[in-house]
Design a protein around this ligand. Structure first.
Ligand SMILES: [Zn+2]
Length: 102
């Protein structure tokens, strides 16, 4: 018996026995399609959530005037810690740090 692992869904691993029949190939193809569709659906959902969080953060920046002291842009959410620590966005904080050490 030859087993083909065609994809790992969150709670289930799909296996199909290769017996040379078109039926199994069809089954494998369907499962693979479902797997890829499910994964890209989850990925899109996660991406949308990230973008939504970023939009909210940018709105907070506008309201509270959180701007980088050096380049005047709103720091992205991922650079929030750096911003509160230094008053700079990530790139400017990095540049300022480099200038200090030189
Ligand atoms: Zn900056």
């Amino acid at each position: 018996m030859i087993e083909h692992n065609v994809g790992v869904a969150p709670a289930k691993t799909y296996y199909a026995e290769a017996d040379g029949s078109g039926l199994f190939r069809e089954l494998v193809t369907v499962l693979e399609t479902q797997y890829h569709a499910a994964m890209s659906y989850i990925k899109n959902l996660e991406q949308e959530q990230v973008e939504e969080e970023e939009r909210k953060w940018q709105y907070v920046c506008q309201k509270r005037n959180f701007v980088c002291e050096r380049c005047g842009t709103y720091p992205p959410k991922s650079e929030r810690d750096v911003y509160f620590e230094t008053g700079f966005c990530g790139a400017c904080a990095h540049a300022a740090e480099k200038m200090k050490s030189e």
